[in-house]
Design a protein around this ligand. Structure first.
Ligand code: 5GP
Ligand code: MN
Length: 329
């Protein structure tokens, strides 16, 4: 059991209203911990504003309680105003730095108390109070621990959301961050009624044809360097157009270059519609990609990290990333 700073359960208990937020382009851990925590808090009788910048993507709209998410920043400010700031706590989940909170960053951070729950190595603190567990598999696991400490009985829906958070952030219990505690928590979530086969089907066998077409295009860009130790794939904005896929459909693609036997570090370089280029890094073995990402003002974990460029073309970023990876090896 983690040692949770006392201010977390205390502040949550005394609040009547809770604003929850997570990082932009939310993944399974971000959405699972947000929606699971929202359910837990509602079970405690709290009014919850679960803020997301955009509607839940089709990849995750199987999550229970998706409909409670809200996207309007005016409504967010009204929620806090009507409740009174003394009755409201704002909690950020799974966001390694303030920038990742997206367009509502300043509105969210103007609230106090502001609590942060995160597990990113290289977390850059923001808000009033931080509970950081960089050894923890997922924010979903931390929300589970908090619920335990607060004596909450999880609903099936909350258990399902937290299980999705843990499964997605551990790569189905394959990554280094999977601990004995992770598996014990997962076992408890199964006892609450989660069916792992159902989750696996929703997470891994639920893709659109457009996503597979996009994968075809992206995989055809694979290049390997340094006698196979580096594998890089890329996405151009034109590939999104051609396939008809959504930007979030690329989740998991970076695992393909990493799956190569010889690869020690993999990169996925993505041109976005907005004209920036984002980079996902994955490592196995000794390379610490969180360090590489930090050099580019990004962040993440030892084995999975990312960063973003603005004002550079895809080929420029490809050349720069290759150089950084070669230096890291
Ligand atoms: P992904 O490659 O799946 O987008 O992200 C891998 C890890 O790196 C995640 O833990 C994510 O939070 C982190 N990450 C990705 N992009 C960024 C970024 O631009 N800034 C920071 N600080 N972390 C990032
Ligand atoms: Mn996470």
């Amino acid at each position: 059991m983690k040692v949770i700073p006392k201010v977390f359960p205390d502040t949550i208990r005394s609040a009547t209203h809770v604003v929850l937020a997570t990082h932009v382009n939310p993944d399974g851990d971000a959405l699972g911990s947000l929606l699971g925590f929202a359910d837990i808090l509602q079970g405690l009788g709290k009014k919850v504003f679960a803020y997301l910048e955009e509607p839940v993507s089709s990849m995750y709209d199987f999550l229970p309680n998706c409909s409670i998410a809200q996207f309007d920043t005016d409504a967010l400010q009204d929620f806090v105003q009507q409740a009174g700031s003394e009755n409201t706590v704002t909690i950020a989940l799974d966001s390694g730095d303030a920038e990742r909170l997206g367009i509502a960053k300043d509105i969210l951070l103007s609230n106090s108390p502001f609590l942060t729950i995160d597990h990113h190595q290289g977390h850059r603190p923001y808000g009033d109070e931080l509970w950081l567990e960089s050894e923890c598999s997922s924010t979903g696991e931390m929300v589970y621990e908090l619920a335990q400490q607060m004596g909450v009985e999880l609903s099936v829906a909350a258990a399902f959301c937290l299980y999705v958070a843990i499964v997605t952030d551990t790569g189905s219990f394959r990554y280094d961050c999977t601990s004995p505690r992770t598996l014990r928590i997962a076992a408890d979530l199964l006892e609450k009624g989660v069916r792992p086969a159902e989750v696996a089907e929703q997470v891994y066998d639920n893709y659109t044809l457009a996503r597979l077409r996009l994968m075809e295009l992206v995989l055809s860009t694979l290049v390997v360097h340094s006698t196979g130790r580096i594998g890089i794939i890329s996405l151009s904005a034109a590939m999104l157009e051609e396939s008809g896929a959504e930007p979030q459909d690329v989740e998991g693609f970076v695992n393909y270059p990493r799956s190569l036997r010889s690869v020690e570090v993999a990169a996925f370089i993505k041109e976005t519609k907005e004209g920036s280029v984002s980079v996902s890094l994955r490592a196995k073995g000794k390379v610490d990609v969180a360090k590489i990402a930090a050099d580019f003002n990004g962040g993440g974990h030892k084995n999975a990290a990312g960063f973003r460029f603005t004002g550079k073309s895809l080929p420029e970023v490809q050349a720069e990333v290759l150089l950084a990876l070669q230096n890291a090896l």
